[in-house]
Design a binder for this molecule. Structure first.
Ligand SMILES: *Cc1c(COP(=O)(O)O)cnc(C)c1O
Length: 259
């Protein structure tokens, strides 16, 4: 597609997404400027990141290290500056790569990864790295993420479909992970990230997440970020206090039809 046509297309979808966010804020009685957009550009080229930045997008999300590292280098070479959010499952052996280009790592879901990021950032960075704990709301063993044992036990939140094994795994205990991140000098614990489980009502998932976020803020007052909501459920996430929404499809198009 010629660059101007792609720019027009992205401008139109960006305006629509911004309008959706503003409407969701108004419906929730929130300040329309209170929710930040992270454009998830996975599978799309660096040229799209440059166009989005020219259209005013400041924050970009990627979920695979190899793709993200190459794209971040290409965008920087084009003279464009954006904040890179790593939002994907992260292997410990990729930590040393991710800490070199990421401004925010949103997907810390285990004690082991928290320690690996601390070590990698200490070695390879000279400025702090913002981190979010990725919460697994249902404790799905296949998908990873930290679990909030308090949510598993709470009277309203005794999720019958939740994995009890995950809720008993100290490696995935959100409160232990929070302590490790908060005591790491180079890392800044800024809040939580989550994806609503596929077979849950988003409203129920985001309500449980909001309760966990409130408990985290009580212990860590600087952990004010709540990254929740994607193309299909951003309205519900905003209603339950999301400060950041991560939008791919609604901005850039369907990923699987493009290539
Ligand atoms: C791909 C992805 C998104 C964006 O999802 P869309 O449904 O395309 O908006 C958000 N968050 C994460 C973690 C993702 O991997």
């Amino acid at each position: 597609m010629p660059e101007q046509a792609r720019r027009d297309e992205l401008a139109a979808s960006l305006a629509e997404v911004r309008e959706r966010i503003a409407r969701a804020c108004t419906a929730a009685g929130r300040d329309p400027g209170g929710v930040e957009l992270v454009a998830v550009t996975k599978t799309y080229p660096a040229a799209d990141v440059v166009l989005l930045a020219e259209l005013g997008v400041t924050d970009v999300g990627e979920n695979k290290d190899q793709e993200a590292a190459a794209k971040a280098a290409a965008v920087a070479a084009a003279g464009t500056s954006v904040r890179w959010h790593f939002v994907g499952q992260l292997q410990r052996n990729k930590a040393a790569s991710v800490v070199r280009y990421a401004d925010v790592v949103e997907s810390v879901g285990s004690l082991r990864l928290a320690s690996a990021l601390d070590a990698a950032a200490t070695k390879h960075r000279d400025r702090p790295l913002d981190v979010l704990i990725q919460v697994s709301i249902d404790g799905d063993p296949a998908r990873g993420g930290a679990v909030d044992p308090a949510a598993g036990r709470s009277p309203s939140g005794a999720f019958p479909e939740a994995s009890s094994a995950a809720f008993a795994d100290p490696e995935r205990d959100l409160w232990r992970i929070a302590d490790v991140l908060a005591s790491a000098e180079i890392l800044r614990l800024r809040g939580l990230m989550a994806v609503a489980p596929r077979d849950w009502e988003p409203a129920r998932a985001f309500a449980a997440l909001a309760a966990t976020a409130a408990r985290l803020r009580a212990d860590h007052p600087d952990a004010t970020v709540l990254s929740a909501g994607m193309s299909g459920d951003l309205e519900e996430a905003v209603r339950h206090g999301a400060t950041h929404v991560r939008i791919g499809t609604s901005l850039l198009g369907m990923r699987n039809t493009l290539r």
